[in-house]
Write a protein that binds this ligand. Structure first.
Ligand SMILES: NC(=O)c1ccc[n+]([C@@H]2O[C@H](COP(=O)([O-])OP(=O)(O)OC[C@H]3O[C@@H](n4cnc5c(N)ncnc54)[C@H](O)[C@@H]3O)[C@@H](O)[C@H]2O)c1
Length: 458
């Protein structure tokens, strides 16, 4: 194991890059956090993350104050000094669903010109299979050796630090074994400091396999998108069964609890609701479909998963419309605009999509999120009113929709909610409430696939 502290540049200080940079710096390495976005750099320089993530701010402040993580926009300052360069720039989707790799190639091109002979370029961004080989080709004319390593990231926003410290697996793929080992050694150094970092961040330790997997470049790239595609598939499968359960007066929660009790299947990601969103699943699914097409493979199963997902916010809005007679002029509150709990990220958020559908149907929409109000603002129709509190959102509402399972929203006082509402429709878009509790509060429950007779003995 290479125990020496390394000099590392992390290109792109987004959700992935900043988490990575801060952990490497906490493990004793000298880290340049390189970004072209001045607003993000400004936040980091002031010792803060630009996004909400549990535990990250104290770690950022600590390494910025100690000068072991250097926020910079200069390739010249950072790259020539670095032994290892990690790239974690964005890979958004193109309008046709394929992956937009312009940031990936631009970062690699700028860095490679300045990289040292024998240094290592690590790709953390999620890229379609074959991208690494293409990036390697761009290094060839430079006449120096740069080792390319694929090291896809699996962290989840909301639990980013915990996922990075207590991980299932770190995957490393590439043609040069020594380079792959050096990347693993950097992660092992983080593992070594895990307890101190966990304490400093104030997060809870958890059980983890902490497995290291080395493989080929193409396999490594496919592992990442395959994992996300499978999780998306599970969610869309649960939602398909939920639609059937609604018609058949069954409860999809009971179904998936029992189905998931089978250890061959497992319960996680079999939760029906308003579908998946965020900066990863939607684009990773469409990117996989598109890259499979390039190899002449039709992943029809993933088309189906994406299509089911697309329908879910509308499916829920439609149920409310049926219950209310019409949405026109009805006052509705959407609680939860982040694409999931624990983050301020509202990219491709189902809660936002739902609020927009309701607003397009001429409902009068108020919306609230504990962390994502400002990030959701630009995605929401201008007619949607963002509020500063749950109370402000639900007062006088005919219907309340809970679209993200934030603890604050799951703990909502149902009796008070009923009191301040004008109507009584309670729409549980995440299937997290107990039907009997809703009824006891005098509210009418709508879930996703939970159309069972509430009074039927169980
Ligand atoms: N967000 C997640 O939960 C998550 C999880 C696993 C994997 N990923 C993948 O990791 C990658 C990064 O995701 P993210 O959510 O952190 O993205 P992000 O958009 O939050 O951050 C990307 C950053 O890269 C910067 N950037 C772009 N081009 C640059 C360049 N040439 N030089 C320097 N900086 C540049 C941008 O300014 C931005 O700050 C994506 O491929 C994503 O699919 C994301």
């Amino acid at each position: 194991m290479n125990k020496k502290p390394r000099t590392i540049t992390v290109i792109g200080t987004g959700y992935v890059g900043l988490t990575t940079a801060v952990l490497f710096a906490q493990a004793g390495h000298k880290v340049y956090a390189l970004d072209i976005n001045q607003d993000r750099l400004k936040a980091i320089k002031s010792g803060k993350s630009f996004f909400y993530e549990e535990g990250i701010d104290p770690l950022v402040k600590d390494v910025v104050d100690r000068g072991t993580m250097i926020p910079t926009s200069s390739y010249e300052e950072s790259i020539p000094n670095s032994d290892v360069v990690f790239s974690s720039v964005g890979t958004p989707d193109n309008p046709d669903g394929s992956s937009n790799l312009s940031y990936v190639f631009s970062a690699a091109e700028q860095a490679s010109l300045l990289m040292r002979e024998g240094s290592i370029y690590v790709q953390k961004s999620t890229v379609p299979v074959g991208t690494g080989e293409k990036v390697e080709q761009t290094f060839k004319p430079l006449g120096k050796t740069i080792h390319y390593v694929s090291n896809p990231e699996f962290l989840r926003e909301g639990t980013a630090l915990s996922d990075s410290l207590f991980f299932d697996r770190v995957v490393v793929g590439g043609p040069n074994k020594n380079a792959a080992q050096q990347v693993i050694d950097i992660y092992k150094s983080v593992e070594k400091h895990r307890d101190t970092i966990t304490k400093k961040a104030g997060i809870r330790p958890r059980q983890a396999a902490n497995k290291y997997i080395t493989t080929t470049l193409n396999s490594s790239e496919l592992i990442k998108v395959t994992a996300n595609a499978f999780l998306a598939l599970k969610i869309s499968f649960a939602n398909s069964i939920a639609k059937l359960a609604d018609e058949a007066h069954a409860d999809v929660n009971d179904i998936m609890d029992a189905v998931g009790a089978d250890q061959r299947i497992g319960r996680s990601f079999l939760s029906a609701g308003r579908g998946y969103g965020g900066g990863c699943f939607p684009k990773d699914v469409s990117g996989l479909i598109s890259s499979a097409n390039e190899f002449g493979v039709d992943l029809s199963i993933m088309h189906a998963a994406a299509e089911v997902n697309e329908t879910m916010p509308g499916y829920i809005a439609n149920k409310a419309q049926v219950a209310l007679g019409s949405l026109k002029g009805k006052k509705v509150a959407v609680l939860g605009l982040a694409f999931k709990a624990g983050t301020s990220d509202a990219r491709k958020s189902p809660g936002v999509k739902l609020a927009n559908i309701l607003s397009k149907s001429e409902a009068i929409v108020t919306a609230y999120d504990p962390q994502a109000n400002s990030e959701a603002k630009e995605e929401l129709r201008s007619a949607v009113t963002i509020t500063k509190s749950i109370e402000e959102a639900i007062i006088g509402a005919d219907a309340v929709f809970v679209a993200t399972d934030w603890p604050e929203l799951k703990k909502i006082d149902l009796g008070e909610t009923k009191k301040v509402m004008e109507g009584n429709l309670f729409v549980d878009c995440m299937n997290v409430f107990i039907l009997e509790d809703i009824e006891k509060a005098g509210l009418t429950y709508i879930g996703v696939g939970r159309n069972r007779n509430i009074h039927e003995a169980q």
